[in-house]
Design a protein around this ligand. Structure first.
Ligand code: 9WN
Length: 725
């Protein structure tokens, strides 16, 4: 793990320790002194990586205050901390309900049910999952009761969609989405209960918090619930705020998936959560989709229409897998735009909670503009779920650098990253720990798989064995082969996401034809390639396709690391010689320099293949050569005529992706291992710094490099060898 990450993980753990109360974790040192519902879920996820006992206690303390009808309260009050927050138990008066747990002080509303997801994480991340099983057995019925409560009491039409009845239940309290329904509530100050806000102060600018008008309505709705003695039927009849929110429902839907797996783990029937998950996913996709906006919106059950306000909550069906392919594609277009900070835009962090192009966007006001770590943490997983890998990587990059550069704040400015709200905020710390772990996870699993099947494929494999030769003039082979590689690109590569559909490609007629043409390479003379551009494009395309061929033919499942010496072993016979992927890369395209992992050059002193070496080396090839893994460049087809422009675009894309992190506050730059491995191709360290500088879009980052050029500290990021599928 890069040292900087290790240091900050330690800091994050300290924050969680300082906010630990003895049985749970408060969200922040002073602003939120009690236990909050969904905060505890995120906090347990962070702790699950290093302190299973406290992660379990966090969840058990919360569920000890579950109401007898299954509702899990938004706040469990700490009796020793009363008097510092509003509203507290005296205002909620939850004793009016027959369902409140005895001996516990709680609020009378709930929050997004993230907890099954947290429990699954605790189980998965435990060193000895077997020892966590009794906890899973204890908590499972309570999780089930929570979901059952939501479907029984909050889904009056049995649609699979849950309503919230207070903005605090959404977790995104003053989201612009609630403006319309809240405006319906006419406040009569004479009948509104008296109250004093306690959230102002704490060193926070009041403009970063909800307005007094908002608070009047929050109070109105609490008062309404308590007047109805927390009876859901009566509340539903009277409440002007009944909303089916895509964020709440997506979390519920995703949590049902975790419930299914937890049920299977402990031998319970997964049928109920499975059908909940399906119904909710279908309902989100049908009822909450706004066709013209290409976005999911909240549905107002009182006015019986969609609220046409697009916020980050509308992307959350990606997390639940509830969006159809077409919907996902349209969501992606929204997400990857000026509105929500596009890839390589350079002057923003991803993704703000509200559309930056709207007039009422406010960059520092709570849920009306800033970036929130928990929302983006879910969204990054949603993007990965649908294969939007570069965008997910870009979110991950921002989620890692925001706390490092601007401290562990509650929320962040989406343009300059300034931290807002409370510092030392627990879920920012907890999810940072989870993100760092995820970032380094692949390394461990790849190493495990590699060691298991180490000796399995021990021999070189000539992939074009000549079993079926093409009926083609050898002089036309190069053109035909390139044409076919282009077809493979069009059909099976997703160039914007850098992915290959290996499953579809494997048995396709296009790939069969490619392999026949590749057999023709046995009679091909590379000397007939004319000019530097044609050679560059030919060898780059051939390298990328021999890797795909090797992955398919050797049956690689998760990573090329499963096959020791993969790049040395996969070979094509070309004319009277054979060329491994390494020979193409280090021998031909890198001017036959000695690779960093070998004491020898690819082509020895008398090797006739030396005649094919391409010099001078163009370092941009490192952003075009695709090693079949997540950290390498996105795959594409290079055509001789435009190869320089394409290499230019590839370099630009890579430098502005998550593979280059500039951290001015730390005086550091974190870069892909590619720059270490191929340092000499860029002209040494100063050469690659210059190279990065020339392609970087972010002005702050450029300025930082310029000002600190001589003393710039560089660390290298972990290389993700998971398959680019
Ligand atoms: C009201 C604790 C909570 C979060 C919410 C966030 C904020 C409370 C408040 O803080 O809400 O629940 O007083 O503003 O909006 O998401 O759970 O961190």
């Amino acid at each position: 793990m890069a040292k900087i990450f290790a240091d900050y993980v330690e800091r994050a753990k300290r924050i969680l320790d300082d906010n630990w109360t003895g049985s749970s974790t408060k969200p922040s040192p002073s602003l939120y002194p009690h236990q909050w519902n969904w905060d505890s879920g995120f906090i347990a996820i962070g702790r699950s990586h290093y302190d299973t006992a406290r992660a379990i206690q966090e969840i058990e303390t919360l569920f000890a205050a579950q109401w007898s009808n299954g509702m899990l309260p938004q706040i469990v009050f700490n009796p020793t901390e009363l008097g510092h927050y509003f509203p507290e138990p005296d205002f909620w008066q939850t004793e009016r309900s027959p369902h409140t747990p005895s001996g516990k002080l709680t609020s009378g509303i709930t929050m997004p049910p993230i907890h099954a997801i947290a429990v699954e994480k605790i189980y998965q991340n435990a060193r000895q999952p077997r020892r966590v099983r009794p906890f899973v057995e204890r908590i499972y019925p309570k999780l089930l009761a929570l979901h059952a409560y939501l479907y029984r009491e909050r889904d009056p039409n049995q649609e699979g969609l849950i309503y919230i009845r207070h903005p605090w239940e959404s977790g995104i309290d003053n989201s612009p989405t609630w403006d319309v329904p809240l405006k319906r509530i006419a406040i009569d100050k004479t009948s509104l209960p008296e109250y004093t806000r306690r959230d102002l102060g704490h060193g926070i600018d009041p403009r970063m918090r909800p307005s007094d008008d908002d608070y009047d309505r929050y109070v109105y709705l609490v008062d309404l619930c308590r007047q109805c003695d927390y009876d859901e039927f009566r509340i539903r009849e009277a409440c002007p705020f009944l909303i089916q929110d895509p964020l709440f429902n997506s979390i519920l839907c995703r949590a049902n998936e975790s419930l299914v797996r937890l049920a299977e783990t402990i031998g319970e029937s997964p049928e109920t959560p499975r059908s909940w998950a399906k119904n909710t996913a279908d309902a989100i996709s049908k009822k909450l989709w706004h066709e013209e906006h290409g976005m999911f919106d909240a549905y107002d059950l009182v006015s019986e229409q969609l609220i046409e306000v697009d916020t980050a909550a509308g992307f959350m069906p990606l997390y639940a897998g509830a969006a159809t392919r077409d919907q996902a594609e349209r969501l992606y277009n929204q997400l990857n735009s000026l509105s929500f900070c596009a890839l390589h835009q350079g002057n923003c962090f991803t993704i703000p909670n509200y559309d930056t192009q709207k007039e009422d966007f406010e960059r520092s006001n709570y849920w009306r503009g800033p970036i929130w770590i928990n929302i983006n943490w879910m969204l990054a997983q949603g993007l990965r779920r649908y294969g939007y890998t570069p965008k997910a990587d870009s979110l991950q990059k921002d989620l890692l650098q925001l706390p490092i550069r601007f401290c562990f704040y509650e929320y962040f400015d989406s343009f300059d990253g300034s931290g807002y709200g409370s510092d030392n905020f627990s879920w920012t710390a907890a999810l940072f720990i989870d993100l760092v772990q995820e970032f380094y996870e692949s390394e461990r699993s790849v190493a495990r798989v590699a060691s298991r099947i180490k000796d399995f494929f021990a021999k070189d494999t000539i992939l074009n064995d000549g079993s079926e030769m093409p009926d083609i003039d050898p002089n036309k082979l190069a053109g035909e082969l390139m044409h076919n590689i282009r077809i493979l690109r069009d059909r099976f590569y997703n160039t914007s996401r850098g992915l290959v559909d290996y499953e579809q490609l494997k048995d396709s007629s296009e790939f069969k034809h490619y392999r026949i043409l590749a057999n023709g390479l046995r009679e091909f003379r590379p000397s007939c390639l004319m000019g530097r551009k044609e050679k560059l494009a030919f060898w780059t395309n051939l390298y990328n396709t021999i890797v795909v061929d090797g992955i398919v033919t050797l049956g690689v499942k998760e990573s090329v690391k499963e096959v020791p010496g993969f790049f040395r072993r996969i070979k094509y016979a070309i004319g009277s010689h054979s060329f491994s992927a390494d020979d193409i890369e280090h021998g031909i395209l890198r001017g036959n320099v000695r690779p960093w992992f070998s004491p020898f050059r690819s082509f020895g002193a008398r090797d006739p293949r030396r005649g094919m070496i391409l010099t001078p080396v163009d370092p941009r090839i490192h952003f075009a050569l695709v090693c079949g893994s997540r950290s390498c460049a996105p795959i594409d087809y290079y055509d001789a005529e435009h190869v320089y422009e394409q290499l230019e675009a590839a370099a630009k894309g890579f430098i502005n992706s998550s593979e280059v992190l500039v951290l001015p506050e730390e005086g550091k730059m974190l870069v892909s291992e590619i720059f270490r491995w191929y340092e000499r191709d860029f002209g040494g360290k100063s050469g690659f710094i210059d190279f990065i500088f020339d392609y970087l879009a972010d002005e702050n980052a450029r300025r930082f490099i310029q000002e600190n050029y001589a003393s710039l500290h560089i660390e290298y990021l972990h290389y993700d060898w998971n398959l680019n599928r």
